[in-house]
Design a binder for this molecule. Structure first.
Ligand code: ADP
Ligand code: ZN
Ligand code: ZN
Length: 759
């Protein structure tokens, strides 16, 4: 499947045996199997092979080569075939996979799988090929070619002569048959002068071209940051936390750093949250880096994704931008990894193996002596703590480009609104500001962190709440189609008019979502075009892109959305940002709620006034005195950090502890419970004889997960809160063993360490 032209010359003597991890996720197969390398098969480390296994034939990954084996020769079977012409796995990525295997307690095959596009397994890629014409071997000699061409011309076979010349001129040595004159090609082929072959054609994802702009002169903050990063590039790497306020020009620093790396022959990976990979971002990235750029995101088709991966593997693309899994891009000689908006939850995979792309990036950079840059206006608390302890070099960019002021943030106390008799989701000051913004021809964004209309439906008489049958959660009312929907599995049903429990007619709708905000804005400004962007309206790639374009082009004046709109979007005409319920998440049972609130409000505020008009930010809250709201208002990360780190120290939360759990999921509730309780018992006996390890555990329990059922799957968790300092590693090791022992079996078990959500 790979073209051999990209293959480097062989250096090893032909090995007699190879060690293969087979593509079957079962704990008892979690080791390498030895196969014989048949004559003529160019098997290397990182090759994917097809090999006999028992009575069937399976795919496998070659992780080692050997000259001899202790096994009796008759027991060693030969590899069947190679799946690709060039090894699919880079040796350094095999190293990363082995690290993940330990870190996240997964099977070797589960971490190796992450390294290649899913479509490559089981040959699911739809490879598009084209027929190309090459010169026959005899014509590779220039004199022979010249003689043949003049011979053809003398016979007036000019089209054949032209075809030969155009193939000879082509850089690649071949020309697609479709670009040549058909009868000329047919004659040349009959005469043995050209050969035809099928060749894979790469799909380039469609990008809207934009003109590259000239580089702006850097601000002093940018120059300082770049200088430090460049030094690290030249001296064997380093880890940095780039803490720059919104609008400080972090992106420009990334671009200059990427150019420095390219000019040294080094590759670059930039991770951004999936949601920030807008078409605008993609075009702009291509404009700056041209053909050396590759973009990996989930809106690519399977084929496009595979082709981008191939361009990277071949070394054609050297600057990669992508979401979480782009950390596994097969970039050789890696120089820089940038993680933008590093505080985002989306860098942690929710599926086993639950890897954290930031940790994988750190490990990859360590092994490659590359520079790691984590960047944010609101760094995650643990990472800022690490920076203060010296584990990251802290780079600060405290000023906005051109000295534009940070927008003023006004708080509105919603309790006073209610006291004044305003029960709308829009406070009087926000409603007035909206009207003024529209009157001035500007745009506004309103942020509401929940979708739907009402968040739950309940009986006033008996307290009954309408819940999903498959998931242990309440259902949300959606006004558009008048249905109740489950946000975990998508189930929908008609809302009851009488209470199913007590028969009462007092059914009430509680809480507010984006749809309710939309209704309120339409009522306030009936002639204004309003867009709503949440996962209900932007399902599918085109819907999302279409909504963004409509807003950018001013077709809509107000955009209402969930956190989807809070990050990274740069709309110059937006002068008002409203945060509808800043503290909606403040009272969720999660120790990170204050941090999330602070991040959300700060990032949302960063959307306003990015161009020349000053911005205005209105934050509605029921708890204006809360420190996270107050610190976000002052845009004072340090103040928030100091306060929050104290709270974490007192409450024994990360980074002082590690919130660790094994999550068990399966269809059979008894099996799930029993798996969890069995492992709990195993941990208890492990700790019984080990006093130092026991002291490491703040507490441990085996219970149903906070959401006990999702999509019909029962969920239990073995939860441990561990002190971060001390012999935590030995405990995690024991947990890893328990999880690894259950790999690939039912119920599923996954190990999560400080996961983004503990529901
Ligand atoms: P951040 O990511 O830090 O929030 P951006 O990278 O989006 O900030 O930069 C904010 C704006 O400033 C962008 O429109 C960008 O093009 C512009 N910008 C960045 N650096 C410079 C510079 N040195 N001179 C002028 N404009 C700049
Ligand atoms: Zn009732
Ligand atoms: Zn459900």
């Amino acid at each position: 499947m790979f073209d051999a032209t990209a293959a480097p010359p062989r250096q090893l003597a032909r090995p007699a045996y190879c060690e293969v991890v087979v593509e079957i996720a079962r704990p008892e197969l979690a080791r390498v199997f030895t196969y014989r390398v048949p004559d003529g098969l160019d098997v290397r480390i990182g090759s994917r092979v097809r090999a006999p296994f028992g009575s069937r034939s399976v795919e496998g990954y070659v992780l080692g080569l050997r000259d001899s084996t202790d096994l009796p020769p008759e027991r060693v079977k030969p590899v069947g075939s190679l799946l690709d012409d060039t090894p699919a796995l880079l040796p350094e990525l095999i190293g990363l996979a082995r690290w993940m295997e330990r870190q996240y307690a997964c099977l070797p095959v589960e971490s190796l799988r992450l390294l290649i596009p899913a479509q490559m397994r089981e040959g699911r890629v739809n490879i598009r090929s084209e027929t190309v014409a090459r010169l026959s071997d005899a014509l590779l000699d220039p004199d022979a070619l010249a003689a043949t061409v003049s011979g053809l011309r003398s016979r007036r076979a000019n089209r054949q002569a032209e075809a030969l010349e155009s193939i000879a001129r082509s850089e690649s040595g071949f020309v697609p048959r479709g670009e040549l004159q058909p009868s000329a090609v047919a004659s040349l082929r009959l005469g043995g002068l050209v050969t035809l072959e099928k060749r894979e054609r790469l799909r380039a994802p469609r990008v809207d071209p934009i003109e590259p702009t000239a580089d702006p002169p850097l601000t002093p903050d940018q120059s300082r940051a770049l200088a430090a990063l460049r030094d690290a590039l030249d001296s064997g790497g380093g880890s940095f936390l780039l803490w720059g306020v919104t609008g400080s020009g972090k992106t420009e620093v990334f671009i200059r750093l990427a150019r420095e790396a390219l000019s040294r022959g080094l590759g670059v990976i930039t991770l951004v949250p999936e949601i920030a990979l807008t078409p605008q971002m993609t075009s702009w990235f291509h404009a700056r880096f041209g053909k050396r750029a590759a973009v990996l995101h989930s809106r690519l088709s399977a084929g496009e994704r595979y082709d981008e991966w191939r361009r990277i593997r071949r070394g054609d693309a050297r600057v990669i931008i992508g979401a979480r899994s782009a950390i596994f891009a097969p970039v050789e000689r890696l120089g820089v990894v940038i993680v933008d908006e590093e505080h985002e939850n989306s860098y942690v995979s929710e599926r086993h193996p639950c890897y954290d792309a930031r940790d994988a990036a750190r490990e990859r950079c360590r092994a490659a002596n590359a520079v790691l840059v984590l960047a944010s206006a609101t760094p995650s608390l643990p990472d800022f703590a690490r920076a203060l302890r010296g584990q990251f070099h802290l780079l600060e960019m405290p000023r906005r480009v051109n000295g534009r002021p940070l927008p003023a943030v006004e708080l509105v106390d919603m309790r006073q609104e209610i006291a004044k008799g305003n029960f709308s989701v829009l406070s009087a000051p926000l409603a007035q500001a909206l009207a003024e913004t529209i009157r001035d021809g500007k745009q506004a964004m309103l942020l509401m962190n929940r979708r739907g209309y009402s968040t739950f439906v309940s009986c006033r008489a008996c307290g009954y709440v309408e819940r999903c049958d498959q998931c242990d959660v309440s259902m949300t009312y959606h006004q558009a189609d008048g249905s109740l929907r489950c946000h975990y599995c998508g189930a929908s049903r008609v809302p009851p008019t009488r209470c199913p429990a007590c028969g009462s007619g007092y059914i009430k709708y509680f809480g507010a979502g984006t749809q309710k905000v939309e209704a309120a804005v339409r009522e306030l400004l009936p002639s204004t075009t309003v867009l709503r962007m949440d996962s209900d309206t932007s399902r599918g790639k085109d819907a999302y892109i279409g909504l963004l374009r409509a807003f950018r082009e001013g077709e809509a004046r107000v955009m209402i959305g969930t956190q989807m709109i809070a990050k990274g979007l740069d709309f110059p005409n937006v002068t008002l940002v409203g945060v509808i319920a800043a503290d909606a998440m403040l009272h969720l049972p999660d120790y990170r709620s204050p941090e999330r609130t602070f991040q959300l409000v700060t990032q949302a505020a960063g959307r306003a006034g990015r161009a020349d008009s000053p911005g205005r930010v209105i934050v509605q809250t029921y708890d204006p005195g809360h420190y996270s709201v107050a610190a976000a208002r002052a845009q004072d990360y340090r103040a928030f950090y100091e306060r929050e780190i104290d709270a974490r120290r007192l409450g024994l939360y990360p980074p002082f502890t590690r919130m660790t759990r094994i999550l068990y999921e399966g269809a059979d509730p008894d099996a799930v419970r029993s798996a969890c309780e069995t492992d709990h018992a195993a941990m208890l006996s492990f700790l019984r004889d080990n006093q130092p390890l026991r002291r490491q555990v703040v507490h441990m329990n085996a219970r149903p997960a906070p959401i006990e059922r999702i999509k019909g799957q029962t969920r239990w968790q073995l939860f441990l809160k561990l002190y971060a300092r001390g012999p935590t590693a030995a405990l995690l090791e024991r947990l890893r063993e328990l999880v690894a022992g259950r790999s690939g079996s039912d119920p599923r078990a996954s190990l999560q360490i400080d996961p983004p959500n503990l529901l």
